[in-house]
Design a protein around this ligand. Sequence first.
Ligand SMILES: [Zn+2]
Length: 431
Amino acid sequence: MLRSGMVPAIRSARSRRAMSIVLLGIVSCQMGGCLRSSSRAGHPEAGVVSTADRRIRVRLAKDIPQFTLAVRGPCLIDDDQSHPLLEPLAELGACIVRPDPETPDGLLIGESRVSGPVMRVLPNRDGSLSYGDREYEDREYRGYLVVKREGDGFLVINVVDIESYLRGVLQGELPKYFHPETYRAQAIISRTYALYQRYVNGPQRAWDVTATTSSQVYHGKEGEGSKANEAVDDTAGLVCAWDSPEGRKIFCAYFSSTCGGMNQDVANVKGGPSVRPLEGGVICEYCKASDWYHWPTATISKEEITRAVKPFLVKGGYTHADKIARIESMQIVRRTKGGRAVRLRLVDKNGLTVDMRAEDFRLLINSGRTIKSTWFDVVNEANSIAFTNGRGFGHGIGMCQHGADGMARRGMKAGQILQHYYPGCVLVRAY
Ligand SMILES: [Zn+2]
């Protein structure tokens, strides 16, 4: 859950601290078929993440029963506390990692047994690590991997330099045909978003961001391309900040695909105190070319709506939620000044009513793919509810990506684009 009110101050140069990666001692152990020991003494150089300030922990998977792993070149495998689990390897051939059935926290790397529950795979050369699971085919990643056995499954985290991370993010977030200046704007807000997440979630959580749309889509080294790489390099270290009453801070730089004409206040969707750059109400005349500036009427059966909404209401502790019968009608009880629905009132066949956030409702129906945004009108029909006059795609907070591209094509620079969508935003260097 994002907590928009907790915003980190920009780190001062004095707080910068080089990440210390302790060199490891050699131990001898049983080696499996997929492992090949390093023939040279000493250890691989661990400079795959430059400093602690630039380190981001990306959760690749959770609760997976096994995964494939390979390192094309020398690597270390330790317990993430600098205690080696295996002697340094010259390479790690493709193998399957799975829980050791004979111990409650051990791991099997191919046929080699290592004690767990935490394993770090630290390649000598950046980008030589390959990982795959049930979700994704094998992909190459920069940085290193931290694996935690949790019961019969694994939590897998890619610890990576944030600049490298961003290279693997941008093409997952923007169409390839978007303007280079749009890529630069996106690089700045993706960097801001990731650092904000790292700050609010803190070290007590094992990861800072996920690799999916719940944070930002990250494809590792395979996601990189010249346009993304140049945008990251051109904006290295730059983040969005604002002058809050408590001083200059970064903020959670939300963005969405298409605003439909005006963005909205983060408080309508996420709650929390006011943050000037995210207060919404910014008129956008630049996203009209988007396929989703208008979207076609979506008609959803009342059964489907009830099926989707009721468990959410019960889980969320809404009054009378467990007594809700078939939803019969819906009305919009609050809109933004632009016309986007903020709160909905649902009425069941017995006349019970419940009010809920429009954005929560939208996301419950086919994960938000059918009702593209909360900018709609509601028409109650006999057995279904129609969402008409739809505009925009996404939550509509902060930068409109298609609008940003429209601005870039009119010659505007990343800084101008960001100051347009995040009023009061200033660009500063985070490191
Ligand atoms: Zn727009």
